[in-house]
Design a protein around this ligand. Sequence first.
Ligand SMILES: [Ca+2]
Length: 106
Amino acid sequence: MPSDLERAMETLIVVFHRYASKEGCSTSLSRRELKDLMEKELSGFLKSQKDPAAVDRIMRDLDTNGDGEVNFEEFVSLVVGLSIACEQCYQVHLQKQQQKKNPAEM
Ligand SMILES: [Ca+2]
C-alpha cells in the first residue's frame, strides 16, 4: 500500500502526463495544455486568475529552460509554490483555531 505522500507524488506524475500527452511533445506542457490543466485541476486555487495574460505570465515564469514548454521539473515548481502558499494559509488557520480554544493565552 502506498503512503499518502507516495500517492500524492504519483498523482502529480499522472496528472502532468494526462495533460502533456494531449498534443505535441508528450513529456511537456504546451501553453494550451498548461492553460487546460490550470483551469481543470487548479480552478479552486487560481479562481482569481481570470486574466488571460496570467497564463502567459505563469508560463514564462515556469519555463526556466526557455523552450516554450513546461516539463515535469518546471511544472513541479508551480505545485511547490502553490503548496507553500497554501501551507502559510493553513498555519494562519491553525493559529485562529488555537486562539478560539485558548483566548486567554493570546
Ligand atoms: Ca521548458
